[in-house]
Design a binder for this molecule. Structure first.
Ligand SMILES: *Cc1c(COP(=O)(O)O)cnc(C)c1O
Ligand SMILES: [Zn+2]
Length: 441
C-alpha cells in the first residue's frame, strides 16, 4: 500500500516517527504526538471513489472490512498489514432519531450516534482495536513487548482487556486499591487481565504505569497514546456517511480527557481535506459540572488549563480534572466554532431518562451531552432547522446502578427525578389489574 502515516509533535517540532515505534510524547519538547497522514497519496482516489469504497465495506460480512474502523483502514493506520488486525466488528453503529426528545426541546432533527453498541460497551473499542492491532504487528516484527498496560478503571480497561485477550497478548490494569468497585473491574477480570491493586491514588497509578512502560517492555494504552484517536476518528466519518455525506449543523459530545472530541475533529478535517464533505459542523463539548476544567477555560476565552480536583459525578468516566488532550481539544473547538456546556447531576440524569423514552438506554455521559443540548436549545443557539447529532459514548447497560437509582429515586443529587417510572404493585385480582391498566394507559 502506498499510503502512509506517522507520528508528529503537536507543537510543531520537526521530525516524524513511525507508528510502530514505541513513543508516546515528543522527544524534544515532551508535548503530545498526533498521527499525520500523507494526504497527497490518499488523493489518488477521488472523493467519490472513497465514498463508494466505504459504502461497499459498510457492515460487510468480510472481516475485518465490515468493522467501522477497518472499513476505513487506509485512513487509520495504512501501513499495518491486515493479518495483524484484531477486530470484533466494532463501529458501524446506529444513528438513532429521538423525535420525542427533539420535540420536547423544540428542535427538529436530533439523532444519537450509538457508539456504546459495541463489543465491550463503549466507544473505547474503536481506539483499542487499532492500538492492540498495532502492538500485535510490533510483536510479530520482533519488538520486545511483553504486555499492554493502562491505569484506567472503567471503559478503557474493559476494552483493553477484551482486545488483548482476543490478540493473545497479556493486559495489565493498574488501579488504586480499595477505591474501585469489583463491578467496575469485572470486565478486565473476566478477560483474564493481570489486575494490580496498588496502595495509591489514580495519579500514583498513572506514574507507575508510565515507569513500567519506560523500563519493562510494557506498551502504554493510556489516552496520551494517539493511535487510539485514529480509530475513534471514524465516528465522524461514519456519521457523515450515514447522513448521505452531508454534515450536521451541530455535534454534541461528552468530554473528560478530551481525546474523543479531538478525534471527532480530526475525522471531519480529513474528510474536508479529501473533499468528501464541504463544510464543518459546529461542535459542543459537554462536561459534568463536577468536572469541568475545559468549561472554565472556555469561559475565559480558552485560557490555559487550570487543573481542578474533579468531584464525584454520576458520569464517572468523565470525572477528570486534568485532561491529557486539552490542547488538541482547544484546537478542534477553535476550528469548529465550538462551545462548551456543563450539566448538573439532576440535569444529566433527567436528560438521559427523557431520551430513554425514545427507546434508548443512555449512559450518564450521554446524559451530559443531552443536557448540554437542552441548554443550547433553550438559549436559542440551536434551533428547529438545525440538524443535530449527539455522540453516545457507552451503553446504559454498563451503568445499571445509575438507571436503578434514578427510577428508585435514591440518588442524593437527583432528589426529584422528572421521568421516574416505578412498578405498580397489585394483588392477584383481575379488577385491580384492569383498573390499574386503564388508569395507566
Ligand atoms: C472515555 C469516556 C468518555 C470521555 O472521553 P474522553 O476522550 O476522555 O473525553 C466519555 N464517556 C464514556 C462512556 C467514556 O468511556
Ligand atoms: Zn515537540
Amino acid at each position: 500500500m502506498a499510503y502512509s502515516a506517522e507520528f508528529r509533535c503537536i507543537a510543531g517540532c520537526p521530525g516524524g516517527y513511525p507508528l510502530d515505534q514505541v513513543i508516546y510524547r515528543c522527544p524534544r519538547c515532551h508535548d503530545l504526538l498526533e498521527v499525520v497522514h500523507d494526504l497527497a497519496a490518499l488523493r489518488d482516489r477521488s472523493a467519490d471513489a472513497w465514498k463508494r469504497l466505504f459504502a461497499e465495506r459498510w457492515r460487510s460480512l468480510d472481516e475485518p472490512d465490515g468493522s467501522g474502523v477497518w472499513g476505513k483502514h487506509e485512513w487509520v493506520v495504512p501501513q499495518l498489514a491486515r493479518t495483524h488486525v484484531v477486530s470484533m466488528l466494532e463501529g458501524g453503529t446506529h444513528l438513532t432519531p429521538v423525535p420525542k426528545f427533539a420535540a420536547a426541546l423544540g428542535l427538529g432533527d436530533v439523532r444519537v450516534k450509538q457508539c456504546g453498541t459495541s463489543h465491550s460497551g463503549s466507544f473505547k473499542d474503536l481506539g483499542m482495536t487499532v492500538l492492540v492491532s498495532m502492538v500485535k504487528g510490533m510483536i510479530a516484527a520482533g519488538k520486545p513487548l511483553r504486555a499492554i498496560a493502562c491505569a484506567s478503571t472503567g471503559d478503557t480497561s474493559a476494552a483493553l482487556a477484551a482486545y488483548a485477550a482476543a490478540a493473545n497478548i497479556r493486559a495489565v490494569v493498574i488501579l488504586p486499591r480499595g477505591k474501585i468497585s469489583t463491578a467496575q473491574l469485572v470486565q478486565p477480570l473476566a478477560a483474564g487481565a493481570l489486575v494490580l491493586a496498588v496502595d495509591t491514588d489514580f495519579d500514583g497509578c498513572m506514574k507507575l504505569v508510565q515507569e513500567l512502560a519506560d523500563r519493562e517492555g510494557v506498551y502504554l494504552a493510556n489516552s496520551m497514546n494517539s493511535l487510539r484517536l485514529e480509530g475513534q476518528k471514524t465516528v465522524a466519518i461514519e456519521l457523515a456517511q450515514q447522513l448521505g455525506w452531508t454534515v450536521p449543523d451541530w455535534v454534541v459530545i461528552p468530554g473528560g480527557n478530551l481525546g474523543n472530541v479531538s478525534a471527532l475533529g480530526a475525522g471531519f478535517e480529513m474528510m474536508l481535506a479529501l473533499g468528501l464533505i464541504d463544510r464543518r459542523p459546529r461542535i459542543c463539548v459537554a462536561q459534568a459540572a463536577h468536572a469541568s476544567p475545559l468549561y472554565d477555560s472556555y469561559r475565559r476565552g480558552f485560557a490555559p488549563l487550570e487543573a481542578v480536583k474533579a468531584r464525584p459525578t454520576l458520569a464517572s468516566a468523565i470525572q477528570i480534572g486534568n485532561p491529557v488532550s486539552f490542547a488538541k481539544a482547544v484546537r478542534a473547538l477553535r476550528a469548529f466554532d465550538g462551545v462548551v456546556e456543563i450539566a448538573s447531576e439532576a440535569e444529566l440524569a433527567d436528560a438521559s431518562a427523557l431520551a430513554d423514552r425514545d427507546g434508548l438506554f443512555t449512559c450518564p455521559h450521554t446524559g451530559v451531552a443531552l443536557a448540554a443540548l437542552t441548554k443550547l436549545a433553550a438559549r436559542g443557539e440551536i434551533t428547529r432547522d438545525h440538524r443535530v447529532v449527539v455522540i453516545s459514548t457507552a451503553s446504559g447497560l454498563k451503568f445499571a446502578d445509575f438507571k436503578v437509582g434514578y427510577h428508585e429515586g435514591t440518588h442524593a443529587e437527583v432528589p426529584a427525578p422528572r421521568y421516574r417510572n416505578t412498578p405498580i404493585e397489585l394483588p392477584e385480582d383481575y379488577d385491580a389489574v384492569r383498573t390499574a391498566l386503564l388508569r395507566g394507559l
